[in-house]
Design a protein around this ligand. Structure first.
Ligand code: PEP
Ligand code: MG
Length: 548
């Protein structure tokens, strides 16, 4: 497309992550089978697509086993056999070969190939003059639905729809409907320069990760995907939320001049007296940046990101490798592992969780860990083994009251009673209002607490942290929030237990004095925000010295 023929178009969106990016678009293909994605695959893409099918069949097969077990228990063995039949169809080698042939020879994507092959089986059976076989036709439809379901949830991959020289995201601005956490981290390895998403609020996990990765991002642009295509040139300003489609040379020069701050990592700064600044990390590999920024510990390791990004449950050994690496690298500084906080905006399809009307209030966080004890037990053993290399804190997410905390702690202690271990503390994430109100009681039993303001704001003010339409109302300045934080801070002081703040507002220098005035002396923020917080405190101290 000749740029000189294009008219520049400026649009204002919601700034998610600061910085300037000027690059071409790579459209992200979402895989929702209500609107089946159709695209061509070539080269290495062919093997990737076949791999997706194989993995989807494996996952769908495991789900069928689970369903079969439940049906056998609740209804009866005869009924459970239906699912055995479906599994046989799914695992039939001819089916897999046919799907793979279609992908190889017709260069079609996984969804397209699965759908064509299973549709043709179903149609042929419907035409057979045998009632029994005709009845079996619907099994093929069901199998198709199950595989497509898994494919639509699987770790996404980048694939431009119509550009010959698709760079698979490299040096591009990715345009997607929504910036999910797995997409964000997936893209990090692809040298992505910027993100645009139609939906998603400033406190969504995708936005948090984009900021942590230092990738400019803008959201809140409905129908944006209709305005651009692969290769469209864009300028995005993650500070103001401005997006320019086909920016003119003049606009680009202006933006570069105005945005004189190079998009580099801020320089590391030394720890400051009176405030411990720790790092929030998502993956074990993030620990390097935390160390570079002289973090005084890891205040929040969002361990669920490891499994979400891997697209599968990890074995105890795989978890141990990651956890022990972080503990060793931190050389005796505390590492706070938040147990898997999945569900709601951090979906994890491999857990077989049924569709929920309102997942933010559903089977998630602490509730999910209690419902899936083996998940927690496996993680607990990996954590205990990691604690041999240095002190660790185990923090439970979305806890609602003391009873729930004690239940979780007991499961963990039981699971690790025979595992050799080092020093382990158990704490609570204060992010549900009921737990904050009960903070005193909870802290009598817990070793520490950390205030997760991202969710606390969501649950206190009935405001979806991921919804860009209500982002204007997501306001950490409201006095009620600070009253709630004070309750937790006071409970910490009364019980002598350490309280930190690890939500996004802890990384915003505007709120630092409010936090410290409540007697909180520990914050945990994205590594790249550490210098900003320390500099703010130094500034405030210098001001006070000047006033004296
Ligand atoms: C929070 O809720 O404030 C928090 C730190 O956890 P997350 O953002 O991962 O939900
Ligand atoms: Mg939270």
């Amino acid at each position: 497309m000749n740029k000189s023929l294009q008219k520049e178009l400026k649009i204002k969106g919601l700034p998610l992550s600061p910085g300037l990016a000027i690059a071409k678009v790579c459209m992200f293909n979402e895989r929702r089978h209500s609107n089946l994605p159709m695209y061509k695959v070539r080269g290495e893409g062919i093997e990737l697509e076949i791999g997706r099918v194989e993995r989807a069949i494996e996952i769908a097969g495991n789900k069928l086993d689970e369903i079969k077990k439940q049906v056998a228990e609740r209804i009866g063995n005869a009924e459970a056999e239906i699912f055995v039949a479906q599994k046989m169809i799914m695992e039939d080698t001819t089916l897999i070969e046919k799907v793979a042939d279609l992908i190889k020879n017709h260069c079609v994507n996984a969804e397209n190939a699965v759908s064509s092959v299973l549709d043709s089986y179903e149609t042929r059976l419907q035409e057979v003059d045998n009632e029994y076989l005709r009845d079996r036709a619907s099994d093929f439809g069901e199998v198709k639905r199950r595989i497509l379901d898994v494919l639509s949830d699987m770790k996404p991959s980048l694939q431009c729809t119509d550009e010959k020289h698709c760079q698979r995201g490299k040096n591009r601005i990715i345009v997607a409907e929504e910036l999910t956490p797995s997409l964000t981290v997936d893209l990090e390895t692809e040298l992505v320069l910027g993100f645009i998403s139609e939906r998603g609020g400033q406190n969504s996990h995708g936005a948090i990760l984009a900021r942590a990765l230092g990738i400019p991002a803008v959201s809140g642009l409905p129908d944006f995907r209709k305005k651009v295509g692969c290769g469209t040139e864009l300028l995005i300003n993650g500070d103001s939320g401005e997006v320019v489609i086909w920016p003119s040379e003049e606009t680009i020069t202006m933006a570069r001049v105005e945005h004189e701050k190079p998009i580099l990592m801020p320089a590391a700064s030394d720890p400051v007296l009176g405030l411990k600044v720790m790092a929030n990390i998502s993956l074990a590999t993030d620990v390097k940046e935390a160390i570079h920024m002289k973090a005084e510990g890891i205040g929040l390791y969002r361990t669920e990101m490891e499994i979400i990004i891997s697209g599968k449950l990890l074995s105890q050994e795989e978890l141990y490798q990651r956890y022990s690496n972080v503990v060793k690298e931190m050389k005796g500084l505390p590492v706070t592992f938040r147990t898997f906080d999945v569900g709601s905006d951090k979906p994890f399809p491999f857990l077989n969780i049924s569709h929920e009307q309102n997942p933010s209030l559903g089977f998630r966080g602490a509730r999910l860990l209690l419902g899936k004890k083996d998940l927690l037990q496996n993680q607990a053993r990996a954590l205990a083994r990691a604690s041999i290399h240095g002190p660790i804190n185990i923090m439970y997410p979305m806890v609602i009251d003391l009873a729930q905390f004690l239940e979780l702690k007991t499961i963990v202690e039981e699971a690790i009673k025979d595992t050799p271990k080092g020093t382990i503390k158990h704490g609570v994430m204060f992010e549900v209002p009921s737990a904050c109100l009960d903070a005193r009681e909870i802290l009598e039993h817990a070793d520490f607490g950390s205030i997760g303001t991202n969710d606390l704001i969501q649950y206190m003010f009935a405001i979806d942290r991921n919804n860009e339409f209500v982002a204007y109302d997501y306001n950490p300045g409201r006095p009620a929030l600070w009253k709630m934080i004070k309750i937790v801070a006071d409970a910490g002081a009364a019980t002598g237990k350490s309280i930190s703040v690890c939500g996004e507002l802890a990384g915003d220098p505007t709120y630092l004095s409010k936090i410290m005035n409540l007697g909180i002396k520990v914050v945990s923020v994205s590594s790249r925000l550490i210098p900003g917080i320390r500099n703010e405190l130094n500034k405030e101290c210098n001001l006070m010295k000047g006033e004296k």
